[in-house]
Ligand binder design. Structure first.
Ligand code: PLP
Length: 339
């Protein structure tokens, strides 16, 4: 099976497993796992942040970000396609008691004209708007990235309105690869950043919240409260570190492969794609004449897995365990799909 359902399905390579086996570990609840301590410092420094906290999932790091930046009753702003709003089981309301206000951005991205309309009057009876949540690259938005200019404008708006910025950087590695924006810039425009090692980088587990020492100290307590305190977690941090050092460079090939497949879709009479919005490893396309589910079934019969992302939208996500040979098969099958 050529599995394009997600970039989370990669398996650890023998080299990654070897790096895990060699890791020096300790009890991280006591703060004594030197592998995780060093890895947290390394990633925090990369993004120009004071501290990092390794956590089991991107959902947990996003939710810890929301938690440390808000009080119950606050409001957070997010694009209507945002992961925090759509795919985190309503956690922001349940765990932080915040109101999630969605905005109709483009390809999952917010902009200052949309944000301008959210301004409130600071009356007693209004929620206090507190955080702008960004996602880069966007998942449901089709892997689209913010430009430096767009982020600077949002940051200026946040400063003027006294709002925090949380950045869901589950695929920040793809965004950096596609846009060449240096990691430190994301630290400048964000108060909290969540990064994932278990998406395109290919680690089996793990994400990290990056922020000030003060916020991370607070997040550490909530991570424990939410059952995310882990013991000899250096084993997992070693896999994540291996992924960062060895697999980041492979993302550009995932982006190229996504484009190659998209070209075939673009030329098809039965499928459609917006080539301009294809920037990274996530390819969204339209099934035009047939329901997405029906096309998914046809593809599965030919040994290819993708997932529906709407009644007529399919998502194919590329990762380094998809080879050029796999891509040739996918292109051929898609070229013949309506025949
Ligand atoms: C943009 C984005 N944020 C957060 C997450 C959550 O990550 P996890 O599945 O590790 O909880 C995902 C997962 O796919 C994602 O795509």
């Amino acid at each position: 099976m050529i599995d394009l359902r997600s970039d989370t399905i990669t398996r650890p390579s023998p080299d990654m497993l070897e790096a895990m086996m060699k890791a020096e570990v300790g009890d991280d609840v006591f703060g004594e796992d030197e592998t995780v301590n060093a890895f947290q410092q390394k990633v925090a420094k990369m993004f120009g942040m004071e501290a990092g906290l390794y956590v089991p999932s991107g959902t947990m790091s996003n939710q810890l970000g929301v938690k440390v930046l808000t009080e119950p009753g606050d409001e957070i702003l997010i694009d209507e396609k945002g992961h925090i709003f759509n795919y985190e089981t309503g956690a922001a309301s349940a765990l932080s008691g915040v109101q999630v206000r969605t905005l109709p951005g483009k390809h999952g991205k917010l902009n200052t004209s949309l944000l301008d309309h959210t301004k409130r009057g600071h009356y007693d009876w209004e929620p206090r708007t507190r955080v702008i949540c960004l996602e880069n690259s966007t998942n449901k938005g089709g892997g689209v990235c913010y430009s430096k200019q767009e982020l600077s404008e949002i940051k200026s708006f946040a400063d003027e309105e006294n709002l925090f910025v949380h950045l869901d950087g589950a695929r920040i590695w793809n965004a950096i690869t596609a846009t060449d924006v240096e990691p430190g810039f994301f630290g400048e425009i964000s108060d909290t950043i969540s990064v994932c090692f278990s998406k395109g980088l290919g680690a089996p587990v793990g994400s990290m919240l990056l922020s000030s020492k003060e916020h991370i100290t607070k997040a550490r307590r909530y991570r424990k409260m939410w059952g995310g305190g882990m013991r000899q977690v250096g084993l997992l941090a070693a896999a994540a570190d291996y992924a960062l050092e060895n697999n980041w460079d492979k993302l550009k090939d995932d982006h190229r492969r996504a484009k190659e497949v998209a070209k075939v879709i673009f030329d098809s009479k039965f499928l459609a794609v917006d080539m301009n919005s294809l920037q990274t490893n996530i390819l969204l396309f339209d099934t035009v004449k047939e329901p997405a589910e029906k096309v998914i079934k046809k593809l599965k019969k030919k040994g290819i897995q993708m997932i529906p992302f709407g009644p007529q939208i399919i998502r194919a996500t590329f990762h380094f365990q998809i080879t050029d040979e796999d891509v040739e098969v996918v292109k051929q099958v898609l070229a013949d799909i309506g025949e």
